[in-house]
Write a protein that binds this ligand. Structure first.
Ligand code: ADP
Length: 309
């Protein structure tokens, strides 16, 4: 007898300007839909993959099965699962495509196993999926995809993740230009060391952004959405980056930056109307330069992974 579940796992914006490698937020509507089914044998199998090309169906390589396997190993279970994947965000977009799959897979399998783990406990297993995709067990996309909202990773050893309150009116605008930024290049370009003066500026902004979100102080959020360490280096990989960001700021955005390692660029605004104007202004820059794009306007998704019909 098989049991089946359908799951939505949201796409995410990692880094969020000053919070390189520690902050992330979940988006609404864009993300993966997974159908996960218990099987009668011990195998993990990947069925159809819709909406993206070149995603491995080999269960030792697909992040869905890798993440579920990590969870099964932890509890010593030999339960088999079959997973069908429908993606509406491309890998390599900077919107946590592999993380959506990893998060959704462990969330669904956990449900079918009678919920032995909380969502927060599932992060460690979803991170194993991320390790398969990018060699490092990052949590900055899987944590917000699972938990929803705005998340911060205080430490990996031990894993310590917390959620930050944020204002309802905070809206994300995401522009995904149809250009390729190789994650490896985006990593290689970063300098291994940081000047003390830059570190001071960055941790001032990180703590101010956290406080601004919690107290719903839009002025403080606006002043702290600054990144003096990663943006100056990585933005050169994204065509029209400065012009796009400036257009968003001129249209009223509180701030913006690269989403994950790009090429998607995001802005945060107060209210949907401003976020839409920001989206028009940013995408007009790409249109003018003949670069195709996708545009998303989204509230912060408070739920994270969820069961859908
Ligand atoms: P993103 O930052 O959008 O997650 P990455 O380029 O970091 O994109 O990761 C995508 C990598 O993970 C690709 O090499 C892709 O083939 C691999 N991968 C394995 N399984 C999946 C999956 N289910 N969904 C997305 N990517 C997957």
């Amino acid at each position: 007898m098989s049991e089946k579940i359908r799951v939505f796992a949201p796409a995410t914006i990692a880094n969020v300007a000053c919070g390189f490698d520690i902050m992330g937020l979940a988006l609404e509507k864009v993300g993966d839909q997974l159908t996960i089914q218990k099987t009668d044998d011990e195998r993990l199998t990947i069925g159809s993959i819709i909406g993206a090309e070149n995603i491995p169906t080999d269960p030792t390589k697909n992040v869905c099965s890798v993440a579920i396997q990590a969870m099964l190993d932890h509890i010593g279970s030999k339960q088999g699962f079959h997973i069908d994947i429908s993606k509406n965000i491309s890998p390599g977009s900077g919107l946590g495509s592999s993380a959506s799959s990893s998060a959704g897979a462990v969330y669904g399998a956990n449900m079918l196993l009678g919920k032995p783990f909380t969502k927060k406990e599932l992060v460690q297993f979803a991170m194993e999926g991320e390790k398969a995709a990018s060699e490092k067990a990052h949590a900055d996309n899987v944590a917000p995809s699972l938990l929803g909202g705005f998340t911060v990773i205080r430490s990996y050893d031990p894993l310590d993740i917390f959620s930050v309150h944020y204002p309802e009116e905070l809206i994300a605008t995401v522009v995904f230009p149809a250009v390729e930024v190789k994650t490896a290049d985006a990593k290689k370009i970063l300098k291994p060391e940081v000047a003390l003066s830059d570190a001071i500026a960055q941790w001032g902004n990180v703590s101010a952004l956290t406080a601004g979100l919690i107290t719903e102080d839009f002025g403080l959020i606006e002043r702290s959405l600054q990144d003096v360490i990663v943006e100056p280096v990585r933005s050169i990989l994204i065509p029209c980056y400065q012009e796009m960001k400036q257009a968003g700021m001129d249209a009223g955005a509180l701030g913006g930056n690269i989403s994950g390692s790009g090429p998607s660029v995001f802005a945060l605004s107060k209210g949907k109307e401003t976020a839409e104007k920001v989206g028009q202004a940013m995408s007009a820059v790409l249109a003018k330069n003949g670069i195709a794009y996708e545009l998303f306007i989204s509230k912060i998704n408070p739920v994270g992974c969820e069961i859908i019909n």
